[in-house]
Design a protein around this ligand. Structure first.
Ligand code: CTP
Ligand code: CA
Length: 228
């Protein structure tokens, strides 16, 4: 069936994409987050749908409209994202972790709005590490093809290769987010795709939709998520 429908190369495949920057609450009105727009993940979800997949997009808060034909689940924190992805993971063929997961969260969540101290003293926040969702799930992968991102500002390929290996990924999308037009927030990206034992593939600067196609066609060429 897959050979007969080359325009729908992901027909019958279940793709889960995470997107956006998680929010880690401090109190009822404040949170810690990052500059992720969610655009790269939404573009991947859209292209996976166009390729015929059944797509679930698990999204942190963004300003983006839901891609058509895609099931969208909204989450806020890293912990909520872990729970949501874990719940669907066994029934997933391809996982794409495009979300910018906060690496730390406040140790304490105040149940009332934190007040300024009367003496105007400095305020110290204590943060603790969040779970590594990608590493946790890739460690229990069976048929799943697992794709991660690496957002770097230096030593792009060395750092991305280390993540590819240490997180046991099938593909990592290396992003030099210090370059103009690359990574967080914009409508364009330029990436290098790294896979175990294969030559790196570097793309031109292109729209996130074009980059999404390149990521998915590379995964498809690897036989991504096919049940043996
Ligand atoms: N990631 C994750 N859970 C986390 C942190 C990151 O699943 N708690 C995922 C991201 O979605 C991304 C990949 O891991 O696909 C790499 O994220 P990145 O921030 O580049 O790397 P880290 O492993 O967090 O390391 P560092 O931030 O120190 O470079
Ligand atoms: Ca990180």
């Amino acid at each position: 069936l897959i050979q007969l429908t080359p325009d729908l190369p992901l027909a019958g495949r279940r793709v889960v994409v995470t997107a956006g920057g998680t929010r880690e609450a401090l109190d009822p009105v404040r949170f810690i987050t990052n500059r992720s727009s969610g655009k790269m993940g939404y573009a991947i979800a859209q292209v996976a749908r166009e390729f015929g997949a059944t797509v679930t997009l698990i999204s942190a808060t963004t300003h983006l409209p839901a891609p058509s034909g895609v099931k969208v689940m909204m989450v806020d924190s890293a912990q909520a994202l872990l729970t949501a992805v874990s719940d669907v993971y066994d029934a997933t063929d391809i996982l794409v972790m495009a979300a910018a997961v906060s690496d730390y969260r406040p140790v304490e969540l105040a149940d009332q709005k934190i007040k300024k101290p009367a003496d105007h003293a400095d305020l110290t926040l204590r943060l603790t590490e969040t779970p590594d969702i990608l590493k946790t799930l890739a460690a229990r992968k069976r048929h799943q093809y697992v794709i991660g991102f690496a957002a770097e500002t230096q030593s792009l390929l060395a750092n991305a290769n280390r993540k590819l290996t240490s997180k046991k990924l099938d593909l990592i999308v290396a992003n030099d987010v210090s370059k103009p037009g690359v990574g967080f927030n914009g409508d364009t990206n330029q990436v290098t795709l790294l896979r175990p034992q294969q030559q790196p593939v570097t793309t031109e600067l292109a729209t996130k939709s074009v980059i999404a196609r390149k990521i998915l066609t590379t995964a498809i060429a690897d036989g991504a998520g096919k049940q043996a």
